[in-house]
Design a protein around this ligand. Sequence first.
Ligand SMILES: N[C@@H](CCC(=O)N[C@@H](CS)C(=O)NCC(=O)O)C(=O)O
Length: 237
Amino acid sequence: MTSVEPTMRIYSGPLSMFGAKAEIAAREKGLNFELIMVPFVSDYEPKHPEVVRINPKQQVPVLVHGDLEIFDSTQIFEYLEDLKPVPALWPSGPAARAWARILELKSDEVFCAHYPADEFAKEPGCSCRRRSEASCLAYYREMEAILSDRRFLAGSFSSADIAFYMAQLFAERMGAPLDATTPALLRWRDAMSARPAVRSVVRPMVKFLYSSKRPVPDFLADLAGDAAASREGQRPV
Ligand SMILES: N[C@@H](CCC(=O)N[C@@H](CS)C(=O)NCC(=O)O)C(=O)O
């Protein structure tokens, strides 16, 4: 039988944490899609023409599925959940789902706001860097408390975990690592890093970090394979 399903396309970038969120969700759900990586050197210029046409913010991720053209990782989560409800990436029940969505929003918009790249690029010890580090630490402690009686942030594995995993990975890169003061969070991150969908999205990202001589968080070093052998001169974080 010939399939009449249109091919789903996800536009992402080699260092896009938001694109990675969308891709991980699609892989967790076992959906077939074509991944289009937009050019990225030190920024996202030149913009991919499809990204410019579809997203007025000119950002990835963008998803195209038949006539549907949408953008924003959170909106993509919602579409994928409606398209293929099982396995669910939101918990069941209105209150649990609302709470999970708030955790996802906080991860993207509150936690991520704590570590603007230019702040972390400043000298260690400068006051804005110390403020960013302290804010990240406070957020880690909040997540640690949530994980005291559960394996995943919203109870069952959900998009809230995907969002915070990617956000924390980027914070680690920028200089706000997890440490032994948040053991539940470390266990949660190990469990997340072991998921096949996560590994298949993060592995090419780590290879890109190595090949472009950017720092790679130590907890991801095993994902790099051969690329790790050439990490000479690269600063792990
Ligand atoms: N809220 C958006 C954020 C998207 C976003 O910031 N994308 C970045 C890459 S991770 C981007 O395309 N930046 C290029 C630009 O802003 O010009 C989402 O969740 O998708």
